[in-house]
Design a protein around this ligand. Structure first.
Ligand code: HEC
Length: 239
């Protein structure tokens, strides 16, 4: 028996071990803020220690002679960049404009995109890929109480063994991932957390994994037939 759509929505928040509030950034929604993300990336990806992540991890030791933290508020920078790099980098990410969806493109009609949008909702994709949220009151006017059409609930969901990476971060287990935001999808080349495919069709079919919360929704979309599936691909590429 088909479940009512409302019953299919699962997922849960990932939360900070420090203050217990919801965390939203990263494949497993494991990071509290873009500032934390920036500090982590400087250290873990680039080997640049900083005030948020002060301990060196690099094996080459190239930055060791500089003293730690390599990037810091009071020691580094110049008049244009007084606070080191991490804070301005986080601000850069926060202030990037969202992608702008298009109403038609190439030989894809507005009617097909509209049909795809409807099917996306009817199949239950939008239960996890929530179309719109609104930002809270912010000191930065451009970010204050703004609609955000990111197509994600920012919750983590069990996606089944075929997508699992076995990594646990906070409350997110080995087969759990944050609902991937779909805005800007038309500009993306690789899909899913490990970039395993550049085929959008395959990325959607991957929801069909045993034990995955997206399975019913994916099977429902399949049941609409190839032409409607194509409309959904057209819709997603318009975002
Ligand atoms: C139970 C929640 C859930 C439902 C329902 C769901 N998705 Fe997803 N979706 C996810 C999660 C979680 C990911 C990230 C998986 C990963 O990265 O391995 C994802 C990833 C994607 C991606 C890849 C995006 C990218 O940038 O890599 C696409 C495309 C997508 N979903 C489309 C759909 C469509 C179409 C439907 C409806 C048939 C659907 N989803 C239903 C949770 C869901």
């Amino acid at each position: 028996m088909a479940l009512p759509l409302a019953d299919r929505r699962k997922g849960h928040e990932n939360r900070s071990g420090n203050d217990g509030t919801i965390t939203r950034f990263g494949w497993k929604a494991q990071n509290k803020s873009l500032l934390i993300f920036a500090g982590e990336a400087y250290n873990v990806e680039m080997g640049v220690t900083n005030e948020l992540f002060p301990n060196p991890r690099e094996t080459q030791g190239g930055c060791a002679g500089l003293g730690h933290p390599n990037d810091n508020t009071f020691g580094a920078g110049n008049e244009n960049n007084p606070g080191g790099d991490v804070v301005p980098f986080a601000l850069f990410m926060r202030l990037l404009a969202p992608p702008t969806p298009v109403t038609s493109y190439g030989n894809v009609s507005a009617a097909s995109i509209q049909r795809g949008h409807n099917a996306f909702i009817q199949a239950g994709c939008a239960l996890c890929h929530v179309e719109q949220m609104t930002t809270d009151l912010s000191r930065i006017t451009a970010l204050s109480q703004q609609p955000v059409n990111m197509f994600s609930d920012l919750l983590v969901h069990h996606m089944g063994s075929a997508l699992a990476d076995g990594v646990s971060q906070g409350n997110a287990g080995g087969d759990e991932f944050r609902t991937a935001p779909l805005w800007g999808l038309g500009q993306r080349i690789f899909f899913l957390h490990d970039g395993r495919t550049s085929d959008l069709f395959a990325a959607i079919e991957a929801h069909d994994a045993a034990g995955g919360e997206g399975r019913i929704s994916e099977l429902t979309l399949d049941s609409f037939g190839a032409s409607t599936f194509q409309d959904v691909l057209n819709f997603l590429r318009s975002l």
